[in-house]
Ligand binder design. Structure first.
Ligand SMILES: *[C@@H]1O[C@H](CO)[C@@H](O)[C@H](O)[C@H]1NC(C)=O
Length: 238
């Protein structure tokens, strides 16, 4: 009996501590045309290397007390060299085994916050289940190309495929149509998802309802007056 209680207690402790687990994942990878180096915590980017800007980027929210890794950029560059050499060796050793290609299994477009007309928001294009990384994501607004979007470095899933999240700042206006176009090696045609700003969005009540109400009431009264007028006229004629 005592033993059972003890086991129960232990399993409780285990499950509680499992709730508080954080996963700290470092990815360093390369292909012929792409390389990435990223530190993540609980699926969030803590630091990644921008090989074009030649520096380490720390996209951390303001409440974090700056988790910085001195020498991270140089380290990432060195790791890329190691990765490319390893890749060449593997290719030779495995007699140029074919590269696996997985097209994205999911592409979703949605807004970060509940949509309110005229209030700045973020459109998110979530792409997952692809291999190899990366995907290219481009945006349009009413069929015109838009720039100024951003995208996360590829994040690795449990099954070895990747996820990338693209973001576009936008201000919802009724009737605007946005699209995100996803290109990947394994897709013969780009995958495109659309987002339309619809009336279901909440807009600031402002003066709208009272004007509407006032106009409605006036029209109603005019209707009653006109009806009465014609009723009387009709009676007079007959
Ligand atoms: C992504 O864009 C780059 C640069 O325009 C291009 O070289 C690359 O082929 C594109 N990748 C895919 C999968 O379309």
């Amino acid at each position: 009996m005592k033993m059972k209680e003890l086991l129960l207690f232990l399993s409780c402790v285990l499950s509680v501590s499992a709730d508080g687990l954080h996963s700290d994942i470092k990815i360093a990878g390369c292909s012929d045309s792409y390389g990435e180096d990223v530190y993540t915590l609980g699926g969030e980017e803590v630091a990644y290397t921008d090989f074009n800007k030649k520096e380490e980027i720390y996209p951390q929210p303001p409440f974090v007390d700056g988790m910085n890794y001195p020498g991270a950029y140089e380290n990432a560059v060195a790791q890329q060299q190691v990765c490319r050499t390893t890749l060449q060796n593997c290719r030779k050793g495995m007699k140029d085994f074919p590269l696996e290609h997985d097209a994205p299994s999911g592409v979703m477009i949605y807004t970060r916050d509940e949509v309110e007309f005229g209030e700045e928001n973020t459109l998110i294009c979530y792409v997952t289940g692809f291999y190899p990384a990366p995907v290219n994501v481009s945006w349009t607004k009413n069929k015109e190309k838009v720039t100024g979007s951003s995208i996360n470095v590829p994040y690795i899933n449990k099954d070895g495929t990747f996820t990338q999240i693209a973001r576009l700042q936008f201000t919802p206006q009724l009737g605007d149509v946005y699209s995100c176009k996803v290109e990947h090696l394994a897709l013969t045609e780009p995958a495109t998802k659309f987002y339309e700003v619809e009336t279901s969005a909440r807009s600031d009540p402002g003066v709208g309802p009272s004007v509407f109400c006032g106009v409605g009431l006036t029209l109603g009264l005019v209707g009653v007056a006109a009806g009465t007028f014609f009723l009387i006229k009709g009676n007079e004629c007959s």
